[in-house]
Design a protein around this ligand. Structure first.
Ligand code: NAD
Length: 424
């Protein structure tokens, strides 16, 4: 037999491939049919649009935009719109599937979708971005709708873009239709509590996990990677519940204080300092990677994908990992994490607080009434806690990780709904 050079081992893994590997594992355990496997895997609709946009120079540039509806079995599809140079159909397709599982795991009546335009908003004027957003909306008027497909912000878009989308859609219908999009500015029907919702869900997930591991939050320590929307709110809320935050980090480095960081002071510093923690004096500056290896109870990766890999996982000392970011752990690290007995609350559960409050925004728009922040927080907490408990029970039943259990809960929900409905 001739010798075949083994393929090089990749350090980095595509997070979307990671997701599919876990999906396949869950499908195998659930024992669903091959037919159902394909129903769940193949997106319902994939739209590619060409978008000619007048640039400030007077020239017309044509962008390519996408919208993928992965599933509408549980209800209208839901998912963000990404403006980024790397956007492509494959990525949008995988992110759309991710949304299906995320909505199903927290039991909100939505299917999954995602959209995007290959463009660089950092190099475009506000006027150019507005014309692009309006062109994208017009091209997808037949796809979007409060009962069909409800977009939201994602990388490179925010409340401003969602306001333009709502306006363009409403103009075409001859009436104001706020429920066509979520993540809008408050004055246009956005929801209270949306900004901190994902961090809040991370906090509830962390406390639920600590309860199972019998960790007292008032004696617990945590490290939070990423100090943007998700990480800073998670850190603030965990601190409020008694957890000592020993380290936080952003792109400028990690900040460590074994007496506990004053998180509110760190947030105030970041807000005064152009969004960066650089120069924060309430802690010692350490290399970013070291944060992941600290001897804390809870590690919250809340920055980006693929930060915990087969290469660094053996150094992790935390008792639990709560995934604020999407795809922070590569699937190749899963087995080692499980061997080490670390509890991981997976992204599709831990960061679902955001889509939960987006759902509340849509509900409020539809009933024409605004809920108080107290009501929104109470309902978010309940949904997150109930979802955690359900996933935990499934993990005990099958003797599997919370991650695979979350996929099982989601896939079971979508496939059994499909079986009852038949056809659609
Ligand atoms: P953000 O842009 O507000 O914050 C990102 C933070 O991560 C910044 O502080 C940045 O400096 C930091 N960062 C980037 N690279 C880093 C690195 N290598 N090491 C340490 N820090 C680094 O983004 P966000 O909205 O907080 O989103 C963070 C993650 O959570 C993303 O994966 C996102 O997809 C996911 N997520 C966000 C929401 C939401 O509602 N915002 C919902 C679900 C999932």
């Amino acid at each position: 037999m001739s010798y075949i050079e083994p393929a090089p081992i990749k350090d980095k893994e595509n997070p979307l491939e990671s997701m599919m590997q876990r999906f396949d594992k869950a499908v195998e355990l659930l024992g669903i049919s091959e037919e159902m496997y394909h129903i769940l895997k193949v997106p319902r609709k994939q739209v590619i649009v060409g978008l000619p946009v007048m640039m400030d120079s007077g020239q017309i540039r044509t962008f390519e935009g996408y919208r993928v509806i992965h599933s509408t079995i549980l209800g209208p599809s839901k998912g963000g719109i990404r403006f980024d140079p790397d956007v492509n159909l494959d990525e949008v397709r995988a992110l759309a599937a991710w949304m299906t599982w995320k909505c199903a795991v927290v039991d909100i009546p939505y299917g999954g979708a995602k959209g995007g335009v290959a463009c660089n908003p950092r190099e475009m004027s506000a006027g150019e971005i507005e014309r692009l957003m309006r062109a994208y909306t017009t091209a997808l008027l037949d796809v979007f709708g409060p009962d069909q497909d409800i977009p939201a912000p994602d990388m490179g878009t925010g409340p401003r873009e969602m306001a333009w989308l709502m306006d363009e859609y409403s103009k075409s219908k001859g009436m104001t239709v706020p429920a066509v999009v979520t993540g809008k500015p408050l004055v246009l029907g956005g929801s209270l509590g949306r900004t901190e919702a994902t961090g809040r869900g991370v906090m509830v997930s962390a406390l639920s996990g600590m309860e199972k591991l019998r960790i007292n939050p008032y004696r617990a320590t945590a490290a939070v990677q990423g100090f943007g929307n998700v990480g800073s709110h998670a850190a603030l809320l965990l601190r409020e519940r008694g957890v000592a935050i020993h380290a936080v980090s952003d792109i400028s480095g990690a900040y460590y204080n074994n007496k506990g960081i004053d998180v509110a002071a760190a947030v105030a510093y970041r807000d005064r300092n152009n969004g960066s923690l650089e120069g924060f004096t309430g802690a010692e500056l350490i290399p970013g990677e070291e944060l992941l290896m600290l001897p804390v109870d809870v590690l919250v990766p809340a920055a980006k994908e693929d930060v915990i890999t087969r290469k660094n996982v053996s150094g992790i000392q935390a008792k639990m990992i709560v995934e604020g970011a999407n795809g922070p752990t590569s699937s190749k690290a899963d087995d080692i994490i499980n061997e080490k007995g670390i509890m991981v609350v997976p992204d599709i559960l831990a960061n679902a607080g955001g889509v939960t409050v987006s759902y509340f925004e849509w509900v409020q728009n539809r009933i024409g009434y605004k809920w108080t922040l107290e009501r929104i927080n109470r309902r978010t907490d309940r949904i997150m806690k109930d979802s955690f408990d359900k996933v935990y029970e499934v993990s005990l039943k099958y003797k599997i990780s919370l991650r695979i259990a979350a996929y099982i809960v989601a896939i079971d929900k979508v496939s059994s709904t499909y079986k009852y409905r038949g056809g659609f």
